[in-house]
Unconditional design. Structure first.
Lengths: 370, 538
């Protein structure tokens, strides 16, 4: 009796109990339940077991018991002779034979969930990546935080060079310093011999967010690269600036090196031209003498884009021997670093450079694949 | 890069030939100089070679062009004089070096005076490391009583642009240059000064000249020019460059002797430096199809004097450290655009790094699961990374941020995606977004004391976004990646307790998953439920 009272507080029991009593399967006799029908089958279960041939009354009954659900008018299987929605049931039963299908207004756009989609700028970078791999380049990788050693010293940039100053690159407050690789003494010797100053290992240990992708090239050269070899990186780099429509504080640089004994200056020009044509769709290129502390000769390329006109494309050169020798490389190394944001903006049809890192979900969803 | 304003006609007259703008652009390439802007006669020049200050003026770049057009290399004539500057012993610890010269008979034009002033500024600026290693001053010769003394003093004088005498301390506080460069004299009780034999102050380097004795104007035909600072080698070079420029304007250059307690130096001293290299080696490296005789001719047109394997060049060039520097000069003289670009004839196999290949699989899987990819900045701020999320720890911090919004490296991806969500609450729901990217965390064990880690973060947001949907997405992802994993209950300050867990794979925790706590959502300004996971890419 106690358990019966307890059961009566439970919804599922109360409902089942009431129906069993109503159908005459049980009876309550002085507080006890007496079973009258040993193997009861509800009419609903019968109806559901033959759902294909129900009359309207039964459907209404099942609906009222919440055992089936009604769907939209457009989903109703058949109306009269016309088939509205083609279903599994209709296909296998053969009921479609000799029947007409209701016609839809096919010009109305349907509705579909939002797509899964790549970020447009990343997709552009993927394309650049693919092109470079196709041209025989192997990818280089490295950390976002570098020691000044890899960002500057290994690249033969003297420690008092203005570009190493506070306004041109970020420095770290925490942590402050890293460690030097074993070859640091050779780099020290090269600096002191050529630039005539006392090279300070503590300066070289200072940490900074990578300021150019060339840091990756330095690491690659020091790590027994293949000769002949072609290497590339798409490197996120960081420079102090005020973020606005034309300036980013972090951006992606395409960096590459080619190593071989046979390399001459004309090959540097050849590689740059190939890149401009293959990646940027440039019509013409022009080379300007330029200066970088780590290359000699140095060149800057401008490319004539069919719609942008002449665009400064990036710097390149042959790494100085004062740089390659201490890192253990004895053959000429062609190196280039190219900022491709402007090209990406053009390709994606955007005018504000911040949009490359767009925070507008609608634009990301709706911009076409380019 | 140093930039100057100049006059197109002045440049043409220095080149000595009337040439079109297009020709000028090509000729300027010889001096790694770009014509940045052109507005009638006013032009802006951008000097690219930070290692060749001798080119940083119209006079300098025109000189390089004249060699190419056929002028012989010529060193300016320097005349003897009795002019002396006496350096007192106490300078050694304060501003140790100076060198100078006198130029007479200058007929200034607006263009030449402007060029002189700009060259002086450029040499004191980027070359002189903002006046520390080198600062340059110029004075009318006729007001000077010789010899000049370079000494420490505390004599009041009228600084440039002021009408009354001021104490040196006052100048450091009130004069604009005093405020800008005063740090170079901080802690001093006396100050570096050029004082003439009558006791008149010429200047207090590297701050300012005297209004009475240190103002060069159009009518000043004869000038005394000095450079002072911490780097004697650079000072001697700056003096040569200034003197050469004035010489090309028709001035006569006179020597000045600087007498130090232990030695003396006379300046300017022009001469030739030399490098030994076989032309065959230079031609071979350049890859040009020319004879050695032709190469010698191209180098002569770049300002070299050649006899056998000895190449001589004017002493104001300090950039030649290696024979490859000569090779570059040969190529520039030949003309970069006259060289036919060729692809290297080598065979290599291209491929991506393992981490990129792996990342691309993750990205493909996420797009397949119906997520929109986003890309945000790695630069972040501690408020977003730590205060708002309640995470315990310290981010990798920037010492010199330009904005407090970008003052550290992100340590997780999800705060950037919550920020993304807060900006997109009017965009149609549901939102399924992800980012694959780098985070940076301090790590003593690494060479760079930090570790860059490739992460993947997925965010689902809509009115019923919850654990079951996000864990379903993670499960699908892990199956696609072929990674066996499990989720163990764990609490995180930014996730709802009891609806969060850590993702374990390969015997270690690789990330977290859960529903974002409403308190955290509010801090980020997000008003709809968010469920997310973030994992390291393994």
């Amino acid at each position: 009796m106690d358990s019966f009272e307890l059961l009566k507080t439970q919804d599922f029991f109360r409902i089942g109990f009431a129906w069993a009593k109503k159908r005459g399967w049980i009876r309550v006799d002085s507080g006890k339940i007496v079973l009258l029908e040993p193997d009861p089958v509800s009419p609903e279960r019968q109806m559901l077991s033959d759902i294909g041939s129900l009359d309207e009354k039964s459907i209404r009954h099942l609906l009222s018991r919440n055992l089936i659900r009604k769907r939209n008018i457009a989903d109703i299987v058949e109306v009269g002779d016309e088939i509205q929605e083609l279903t599994h049931e209709i296909i296998i039963s053969g009921k479609w034979e000799g029947r007409k299908f209701r016609e839809y207004d096919v010009s109305l756009p349907g509705k579909f969930r939002h797509p899964g989609k790549y970020q447009p700028y990343r997709r552009f970078l993927d394309h650049v990546r693919e092109t470079l791999v196709r041209l025989g380049f192997r990818e280089m990788t490295g950390p976002l935080i570098e020691t000044e050693f890899w960002n500057f010293d290994a690249l033969f940039q003297p420690q008092n060079h203005p570009a190493r100053g506070w306004t041109d690159t970020y420095k770290l407050k925490y942590p402050k310093k890293g460690r030097l690789p074993p070859l640091w003494e050779k780099v020290k010797e090269s600096h002191e011999k050529s630039w005539g100053y006392e090279w300070d290992p503590e300066t070289a240990k200072q940490l900074m967010p990578r300021a150019h992708g060339t840091a990756l090239s330095a690491r690659t050269l020091a790590n027994s690269p293949e000769i002949p070899g072609r290497y590339y990186a798409i490197a996120r780099v960081f420079r102090p600036d005020v973020l606005d429509a034309t300036h980013l504080i972090e951006f992606n640089q395409v960096e590459g090196i080619v190593l071989d004994d046979s390399l001459k200056f004309k090959h540097l020009l050849g590689i740059l031209k190939m890149f401009a044509v293959e990646v940027a769709g440039a019509e013409k290129v022009r080379f300007l003498p330029d200066y970088y502390p780590f290359t000699e000769p140095s060149v800057q390329m401008s490319a004539k884009h069919p719609e942008l006109g002449w665009v400064e494309f990036g710097g390149a050169g042959i790494f100085r021997e004062e740089l390659t020798k201490p890192l253990g490389v004895g053959v000429p190394v062609i190196a280039w670093g190219i900022g491709i944001d402007r090209l990406a903006m053009f390709r994606l049809g955007i005018t504000d450079i911040r949009h490359l890192f767009s925070d507008d979900l609608e634009w990301l969803r709706e911009s076409p694949l380019r | 890069m140093p930039k100057v304003e100049a006059s197109l006609n002045d440049l043409k007259s220095l080149i000595g030939k009337d040439v079109s703008v297009e020709e000028i652009e090509d000729l300027l390439m010889l001096g790694k100089t770009e014509l940045d802007e052109i507005n009638g006669d006013e032009i802006k020049l951008d000097f690219k070679d930070t290692n060749r200050p001798d080119l940083w003026s119209v006079e300098g770049v025109a000189r390089q062009i004249r060699y190419w057009l056929g002028d012989e290399v010529e060193l300016p004539e320097v005349k003897d004089s009795g002019y002396k500057v006496i350096v007192s012993p106490e300078m050694k610890d304060h501003r140790p070096y100076t060198a100078s010269f006198v130029a007479k008979g200058i007929k200034w034009t607006e263009a030449s005076l402007s060029s002189f002033i700009q060259l002086q500024e450029k040499l004191s600026g980027s070359f002189g490391l903002n006046r520390r290693e080198v600062a340059i001053g110029a004075y009318p010769l006729d007001r000077i009583a010789w010899p000049i003394h370079f000494k420490m003093g505390k004599i009041p004088f009228k600084p440039l642009g002021f009408d009354e005498e001021m104490e040196p301390e006052e100048i450091l506080k009130k004069h604009p240059k005093g405020r800008e460069f005063g740090h170079l004299l901080s802690g001093f009780s006396k100050y570096p000064m050029f004082v003439d034999s009558d006791g008149k102050v010429l200047s207090m380097p590297p701050i300012t000249n005297s209004e009475d004795t240190g103002k060069v104007e159009m009518a000043t035909g004869d000038v005394f020019v000095e450079a002072s600072g911490f780097n004697l080698d650079k000072i001697m070079l700056a003096v040569q460059i200034m003197a050469a420029a004035l010489h090309e304007r028709g001035a006569e250059i006179y020597r000045v002797e600087t007498i130090y307690p232990q030695f003396s130096v006379s300046s300017p001293e022009f001469g030739f430096r030399e490098i030994e290299v076989a032309l065959s080696k230079v031609v071979g490296f350049s890859g040009l199809d020319i004879t050695e005789e032709e190469a010698a001719d191209y180098l002569r047109r770049y300002g070299y004097l050649i006899s056998g394997n000895t190449l001589r060049y004017p002493s104001w060039r300090r950039d030649i450290m290696h024979w490859r520097d000569v090779a570059e000069d040969l190529l520039i003289s030949y003309g970069y655009n006259n060289i036919n670009p060729e692809a290297p004839d080598i065979y290599t196999i291209g491929r991506n790094s393992e981490s990129t290949d792996r990342e691309n699989k993750y990205r493909e899987a996420m797009v397949g699961l119906g997520f929109q990819e986003v890309m945000t900045f790695v630069l972040s701020n501690p408020e977003k990374e730590i205060s708002k999320t309640g995470i315990d720890g310290r981010a990798v911090e920037i010492a010199n941020p330009m904005s407090s919004l970008y003052s550290c490296m992100r340590m997780n991806l999800f705060p950037s995606l919550l920020e993304f969500e807060s900006k997109n609450q009017r965009r149609e729901y549901p939102h399924h977004v992800f980012e694959s990217g780098d985070v940076v965390v301090p790590d003593e064990a690494q060479e760079t004391s930090t570790r860059t880690e490739k992460r993947l973060c997925a965010v689902i947001s809509h009115s019923k976004a919850g654990y079951s949907e996000i864990s379903g997405a993670l499960d699908r992802l892990m199956k696609m990646m072929g990674i066996e994993y499990r989720i163990e209950r764990e609490s995180y300050p930014f996730l709802i307790r009891g609806r969060s867990g850590r993702v374990v794979a390969g015997g270690r925790t690789i990330g977290f998953i859960g529903e974002v706590h409403p308190g955290v959502l509010r801090k980020f300004g997000v008003e709809f439920p968010v469920a997310l996971f973030e994992i390291s890419q393994i």
